[in-house]
Each structure stands twice: as C-alpha cells, then as structure tokens.
Design a binder for this molecule. Structure first.
Ligand SMILES: Nc1ncnc2c1ncn2[C@@H]1O[C@H](COP(=O)(O)OP(=O)(O)OP(=O)(O)O)[C@@H](O)[C@H]1O
Length: 605
C-alpha cells in the first residue's frame, strides 16, 4: 500500500494531477513561488502601459521623468521577485526528488523476494536515480510557471481586447492553431520517454550484472561479447532517445512559428488598422508589447507540456514499482508475538509443503518433516533437490503453494515477518557481506551487542586475527573502498553474525562450502558450543560435516526420500548410501572426473 495516500497509480491518469501527490507536502513553498511569480507577472503587465504613456508623452512633448523611473522600478522589483521565486522553485523541486527517492527506496526494500530475482537490479537503481530527476523539471515547468503565467495571459489578453478586439481575435486564432498541433505531438512524446527510460534501465541493469561478474567475463575471454551486448543496449537507448528527440524537435519550430506568425500577422493587420484610423501608433506598440507578454506563458506552456510528457513517462516507471504490493501487504497476522521456549511443539514442522518458483513447476512436493527443539538436523541431497529452497521457505522469502510450515506450533504465515525472522539466524550459500564496517556486518541482527562480543564472535570463527591486522579494526570498511574478504572469510563473518544474534533457530545453507578443513573444524566446534536452546538446521553436500546430526533428511527432486540418523540411513536409503559411498572416495563430481579418494575428516556431529 502507498503510505502517503495514493501516489501509486496516479501516472495512469495523466496530466498535472499525477504530479500533485509528490508536490503536496511542499505546497507552502510552492504557494510562495506562485505568489512571487504572480506579483512579477503583475508588474510586467504594467510595463506596456508605461511604454505606451512614454511614447504618447514624447509625442505630446510632456515630461518623462516619473514614467521612466516607474518603468525602471517595476523592472527591478520584477527581477528581484523572479530571482527569489526561481530559488524557491528549484529548492522545492529538489525536495520533491528527495521525497520521491526516499519513498521509492523505502518501497524497493520491501518488495517480495521474487521481484528482485525477476528484475535487473540496475533497472531498479535507474528508476531511483534517473526517473525521479525527470519529476524535478516537470514540477518547475508545469506547476508554478504556468500558474504565474495565467495572470499575465489573462491580463495581457484583456488589455489586447480593450485596445483592439479584432486584432486580439486574430492573435488568439493564430496561437490556438499552433497549440492544438503541439498537443498532438506531446501525446507521442510521453510514450517515447517511457521507452527511453526503459532502455536506459535495461542498460544499467546489464552493465551492473556485467561489472559484478567481470572476472568471469575476463577469464572466459568474453570481454568483446560483453562489449557488443552492452553496445546493443547503448544503441537501443540511443535510438529511443533519438525518437523522443524527433518528437520533441517538432515542438520547437511550432513554438517559434507561433511567435513569428502571430507577430507578422499582427504587424500586417495592425499596420492596416493604424492606416485606416482604428488604432494610434502608440496603441499598436502597446498592443504588440502586450502580445509579447501574452506569448510568454504560451511559450511556458509549450515547455510545460514537453516536460510533463517526459515526466509522465518516467512517473509510470516509478509507479510501476510502487504498485507492486510490499512483501507483507496481504499478510493476515493472528499472532503478534512468539516465544518458542514457552511452547512444547517441535521448533519446526513442515506439513505437506508444496512450492514452485513458477506455476506448474513444483520444486518441493508434499514435504513433511519435524525438527525437534535443540536438535541438529541436516538436509542432504543432490544439487537442485530443493535444499536451499526449503530454508528460504522457513524465512518466508516465498509463499507456499500448499501445506504449511509451523514454528513452535504456530503457522508462520500468521506471524509478522519481523517476529518470524527475529527467531531465525540464516547463513546463505554465498553469504554476501553488506556494505559498511565489520561491526555493522556483525551486529546486523543484534544491534545491542558490545565490541567485546563482536571480537569474541570473530574469535569463534577464527577471524579475529584477520580483522586485527586492519588498522581500523571493527571500524574497517568492507567492500569497494575497504578490506577485501575472501569467500571463506565472508562465510565465516556471516557465521559469526548468525552466532552473535543467538536466535532459537539457526538455518545454515552449506556454511562450510568455502572453508578449508581447519576452519571447518573450528566451525564444528562453534556449533557444538551452541546451547541446547538453539536448534540448527544445516544444508550440506559434505556428509562428513553432518554425520553425527540427530536426524538427516534426504531430499530428492523436491521430495523427502528418507529421514534418520547416518547409521539408520545407510541401512534404509539407497540414495543416502550412494551419496555416502561417493563421498568416501570424493565429491560426486570429482569421482567422475578422476576417481581420487578424498581424505576422510571426522565429523563432530
Ligand atoms: N529464484 C529462483 N527462481 C526460479 N527457480 C529457482 C530459483 N531458485 C532455485 N530455483 C530452482 O529450484 C530448484 C531447487 O533449487 P535449490 O537451490 O533449492 O536446490 P539445492 O538443492 O539447494 O541445490 P544446490 O545443492 O545446488 O545448492 C532448482 O531446479 C533451481 O533451478
């Protein structure tokens, strides 16, 4: 849901109204800008009258002093008003971008997990960075300038009608024809801007992915192919930009034509009316000056229409994201709190769980098992069996297609996700570090822990020495401009983070895949040290890691094939026996490759 009362979906309605929700909270500043703009417009309306008086005074030989000073005064005050109004307007526009970005980022961080998987991250970034800036131009061009311009338009037109209704009618006719033509052009411009911004999003998305995987690309000699593919993206963005420029360009001549045509027609018809005695020369000059003033808001309207068309295209891309319901939008919460220690139910119970990432493609089918409180449960199976998916479902990253998962006897869909996740510690397969300091990485789930506890957790995973070598210690930045951690170090940092939070349930997805045997042993010891109040569910390829688990669940093609201890499964499960047999002589891939026996490391649990 849109927290600010209906921004989402406004772009579809089109027009300036679509921008208003973004401007609403800055209406005071915008109001001040409109007042200043109107005051400046009022002053400008007095100028042709003064000029007409000066011309008449010159003709009559009357004194000019007061009139000239009044004209200079009006010009000066008008310029001051214009300057202040410009600043207010630009500042408000920046604030609007600030609000739009803040809200979009807030919503982006709450999308369902499937959205991040199905979209280019770069495209999402470009919606925040680039599309929001188009709102700025639209706001300045469409909201304040035209409002200030209305007074000038009405005032100038009234003066023109009073001076010579026939001439005024001719001027309005010329302007109306050109405005109608330009409105037709801008309709297309909006669609083209949407297209341009979308191509830009594709480009940033692809570039982001390419740079993230640059080492893979280099190592595979695919730099040229990457260059060609990105080149195509750049070209597509260029083509869309050119198409938009072509439509936009049609507006420019229309705009100039309006001014020139109206002036020429007025000079011709006006000259004739002076010759026939309907107008004096001073009145014609005053009329032309009013007409020039009248053209000002008309020109502003051209710019406004152009900016609005571009902004509505960009706004569509912003609202496309805002319209995606947040992850918890349809949650029905019946349990606000959960206290696993107060319940006698198993910590986890899968009941006939069915799930697929795509319709009609079940990844898990009729999965049922129980995890006892304080136990160590391992999930094993061939690659693609659905092991990681199983953990992701406990985290409620995705919703089930059937069945239910209970945590301490409570259906996890009836809990607020924050409450559910506060009970879980999760170490992902690739365990990315977040941007920030070592400390920020460690205290992510438990902001209250002390530095001493952080160091102790680093000790537990054999990472203290590594961080100690950094001059800034826990304050050392990780990532782009900070320390580079190896895959194994990142994994150990993630384990330390999970251990620090001391959640009742630890979900570990191949936590030792990047660890050497020494660090794997240290990890085993750390797990042994977790208290009886902590339950551990671990996905593992290396059976040696989990041989001593209280129960091992064998998953195969999304189904539970067997459950038992290592010794039980050796007797009852052919698949487990096969896995164990292969691992006594190496990992499945290695067996096929070289049939080399692997050193058997003694499992701790
Ligand atoms: N985000 C996703 N979108 C679509 N399909 C997915 C997604 N994640 C996983 N899959 C598919 O679901 C199936 C199970 O994947 P999962 O990662 O759970 O297997 P796994 O047993 O953990 O494999 P591995 O041992 O190789 O990590 C695979 O066929 C995989 O291709």
């Amino acid at each position: 849901m849109d927290p600010r009362g209906g921004k989402a979906g406004t772009a579809g309605r089109g027009g300036v109204r679509a921008l208003w929700p973004y401007a609403r909270e800055h209406r005071r500043l915008l109001g001040a800008a409109v007042v200043l703009s109107t005051a400046a417009a009022g002053l400008s309306l007095a100028q042709p009258v003064l000029v007409g008086r000066i011309i008449s005074a010159v003709g009559d030989g009357a004194p000019l002093g007061g009139l000239v000073w009044a004209l200079v005064g009006f010009l000066t005050v008008g310029a001051v008003f214009g300057t202040i109004q410009y600043y207010l307007l630009q500042r408000t526009a920046e604030s609007v971008v600030l609000t739009a970005r803040t809200e979009l980022i807030g919503h982006l961080l709450q999308l369902p997990m499937s959205e991040y998987r199905s979209r280019h991250v770069g495209d999402l970034v470009s919606r925040v960075a680039s599309d929001t800036t188009l709102l700025r131009a639209a706001l300045t061009d469409c909201l304040v300038e035209p409002l200030g311009g209305i007074l000038v338009l009405v005032g100038a037109l009234t003066a023109m009608v009073l001076l010579d209704p026939v001439l005024a009618g001719v001027a309005v006719l010329v302007v109306a024809i050109v405005v109608a033509a330009s409105l037709h052009v801008t309709r297309r411009l909006r669609a083209l801007t949407f297209e341009t911004q979308s191509r830009l999003g594709d480009l940033t998305g692809d570039l982001n992915q390419t740079l993230t995987a640059i080492s893979v690309i280099r190592a595979n000699g695919a730099t040229e192919r990457a260059r060609a593919r990105l080149g195509d993206r750049v070209r597509a963005a260029f083509d869309a930009g050119v198409r938009a420029a072509r439509s936009g360009a049609a507006i420019q001549p229309l705009r100039q034509t309006t001014g020139h045509a109206a002036l020429l027609v007025i000079l011709g018809v006006g000259g004739y009316r002076v010759a026939t005695g309907h107008l004096t020369v001073a009145e014609l000059v005053t009329f032309i000056l009013f007409m020039l003033l009248f053209m000002d808001p008309v020109n502003t309207a051209f710019t406004a229409v152009q900016s609005l068309a571009a902004a509505l295209g960009a706004l569509q891309r912003i609202t496309d994201i805002q319209q995606i319901p947040a992850e918890d939008a349809t949650d029905t919460i019946t349990h606000r709190q959960l206290s696993p220690s107060a319940s006698s139910a198993p910590i986890i119970q899968f009941r006939d769980v069915r799930f697929g990432y795509r319709p009609n493609h079940l990844v898990l089918d009729s999965v049922s098992f129980t995890v006892a409180r304080g136990s160590r449960t391992a999930i094993v199976g061939l690659s693609g069996a659905g092991k990681s998916t199983l953990l992701a479902l406990v985290e409620r990253f995705y919703d089930l297609d059937g069945g239910r998962i209970e945590l301490a006897g409570v259906d996890i869909t009836s809990l607020p996700r924050t409450v559910l996740r506060s009970q879980l510690g999760y170490v992902e397969q690739n365990a990315p570090a977040i941007s920030g300091t070592v400390r920020e990485n460690l205290i992510l789930a438990a902001p209250e822990v002390t530095d001493e506890q952080c160091w102790s957790a680093l000790d537990t995973v054999n990472l203290r020495h590594r961080i100690d070598t950094e001059a800034k210690g826990l304050n050392a930045l990780i990532g782009e401009h900070g320390i580079r951690l190896s895959g194994g170090e990142r994994q150990r940092l993630a384990i330390a983070r999970a251990l620090l939070a001391r959640p009742p349930l630890l979900l570990l997805d191949e936590p030792t895949s990047s660890l050497d045997s020494r660090n794997e042993e240290i990890f085993q010891r750390a797990l042994e040290a977790t208290g009886a109040d902590q339950t551990v569910v671990i996905v593992a390829h290396r059976l040696a890691t989990v041989k001593n688990a209280d129960q091992i669940i064998v998953l195969d093609h999304g189904r539970v094939r067997a459950v038992g201890t290592h010794n039980e499964l050796l007797g009852t499960s052919e698949l487990y026996r096969e896995l164990a047999h292969h691992q006594l002589i190496g990992t499945p891939n290695k067996i096929r490759a070289n049939q080399q026996p692997a050193p058997a490391s003694e499992p701790r649990w």
